[in-house]
Design a binder for this molecule. Structure first.
Ligand SMILES: [Zn+2]
Length: 56
């Protein structure tokens, strides 16, 4: 019973991924900082997709 709890605690502290900020609104994105190029948060990414869809 106690073993399960230990695993959960271990996993939560093991990974510390630093996420890049959104270039539009500075909100944290789902992309790690190691990703090159423009990083957008889910909201801005959706808005960009809408804009692209309309311009075509
Ligand atoms: Zn954003």
């Amino acid at each position: 019973m106690s073993g399960k709890t230990d695993v959960d605690a271990d996993r939560s502290g093991a990974q510390e991924t630093v996420y890049a900020d959104c270039v539009h609104c500075a909100e944290p994105t789902e992309y790690p900082e190691s990703v090159k190029g423009v990083t957008l948060c889910p909201v801005c990414e959706w808005q960009e997709a809408q804009r692209t869809a309309c311009s075509g």
